[in-house]
Design a protein around this ligand. Structure first.
Ligand SMILES: [Zn+2]
Length: 418
């Protein structure tokens, strides 16, 4: 995103929460050039500095010294469904657990909602390059368009997949298969096979994708109570003698319909290619965590202006970075605090969660102090805050033909007379 000086518009002075869905007024005939806005003092503070939408987010140069960045990336749409107006792309440094860049994209900047994620990633990587940072690894979900683009544009970046996304997709397919006739016996195996996928990736040293696949495919024999002769890379299971509940599992009959179905799903070529690229280390759960937090700052049920949305994303990033590494809280008696949760995904099963210390909001105070400083700075006041504007894309309807109003009314009336 480029930033050039411009004049203030009223669009960014309203409280975005109160904005309602309203038709965009437009005067131009074709796509208008991006509007320049300097925004309110707090917005200007957020957009200050150089070349990025989010220079307020400190780039973790200190953490990045002497090593390449390990990034988790994912896109988020501003509304449910497939016709979102805004999409944002989050880049999180997984070792430091800090959001290092967030890019906001409006759908008409990139030819439709579908392309927003890729455009966000493109801008983010370009921004990091400008900052002189080297990206070593990127962990994402299995977005095909992103995978292809990364492979072709940044071949030196090691692109890996988050295990949860791959395991979730596979479990869904196995569940559907277990509903077929003579395949019900697969159902008790769904959780074990999904857990096996995690183990395959986590237990294998970095860069040995072929071994992850060998371990993964061994599950076909294991579920038939065969634990040796899996192949050269992973000859036999390492679980030792099975005892108790494990030894009484309902093994699959070799060549039965269920066993064949499982083998087809496990050895699927596309899946095995994805397994090859599973990340055994860092995962993108922190990115999902940031997106959950973002819902608090920019709920999907409200409509925001471009600058409103951008501010909210940036403030959410500041909040995340200040609070991401909170420690577990303790009671007055000095005991570690826990709470019981019932996540939807566990279908009623209780889960114990650590209760973290209360969040802090020092970033808000710092931001306000900066704003006061800027507003009282003599030079700024004299220059009417003519600093670092944000370039806002034209509204979506700017691309449509705009008829002359008087002609349009005439046309309407003549049709009415007939
Ligand atoms: Zn086994």
């Amino acid at each position: 995103m480029q930033e050039t000086p411009g004049t203030m518009t009223s669009a960014c002075q309203t409280d975005p929460v109160k904005e309602k869905k309203k038709p965009q007024r437009s005067k131009g005939v074709q796509t208008k050039p991006r509007e320049k806005t300097t925004g309110t003092p707090i917005e200007r503070k957020l957009f200050q500095d150089t070349g990025s939408q989010c220079n307020i987010i400190p780039t973790p140069k200190k953490e990045a010294e002497g090593r390449d960045l390990v990034l988790g990336g994912d896109g988020r749409a501003d509304s449910p469904g497939h016709c979102a107006k805004f999409g944002s792309y989050t880049m999180l440094e997984l070792h430091a657990n800090v959001v290092i860049d967030v890019q906001l994209v409006q759908s008409n900047e990139c030819g439709g909602s579908y392309h927003m994620e890729k455009t966000g990633l493109e801008r983010s990587l370009a921004h990091l390059e400008r900052q002189g940072l080297a990206v070593g690894t990127m962990v994402t979900d299995r977005h095909r368009q992103i995978a292809k683009w990364l492979r072709e544009t940044y071949p030196h970046i090691e692109h890996l997949y988050d295990i949860w996304h791959v395991a979730k997709g596979f479990s869904k397919k196995l569940l559907a298969a277990s509903n077929e006739r003579e395949c019900q016996v697969l159902r008790p195996w769904i959780k074990s096979v999904s857990n096996h996928m995690y183990w395959c990736a986590v237990s294998t040293p970095f860069g040995q994708g072929a071994q992850i696949v060998a371990k993964w495919e061994s599950v076909v024999s294991h579920v038939q109570n065969v634990h040796t002769g899996h192949g050269d890379l992973f000859p036999s299971c390492i679980h030792g003698r099975l005892e108790g509940r494990e030894s009484h599992k309902k093994w699959l009959e070799p060549s039965s319909k269920a066993a064949v179905k499982l083998e087809t799903l496990v050895c699927n070529k596309t899946l095995c290619k994805d397994i090859l690229k599973l990340s055994g280390g860092s995962q993108t759960s922190a990115v999902e965590g940031f997106h959950s937090l973002l819902i608090q700052f920019a709920p999907k049920m409200y409509v925001f202006s471009y600058t409103g949305m951008l501010c909210r994303i940036l403030i959410a990033a500041l909040h995340f970075n200040e609070n991401a590494n909170r420690v577990q809280g303790v009671t007055k008696a000095g005991e570690a605090m826990y709470s019981i949760k019932y996540p939807k995904g566990r279908k009623g099963a209780a889960v114990l969660r650590r209760v973290l210390e209360s969040p802090t909001y020092e970033y808000a105070q710092e931001l306000l102090e900066e704003v006061v400083k800027e507003c009282t700075d003599k030079e700024n006041v004299e220059a009417e805050f003519a600093v670092e504007p944000v370039i806002v894309p034209p509204p979506l309807c700017a691309e449509f033909p705009h008829p002359e109003k008087s002609d349009f009314v005439k046309q309407h009336l003549s049709r009415f007379k007939r």
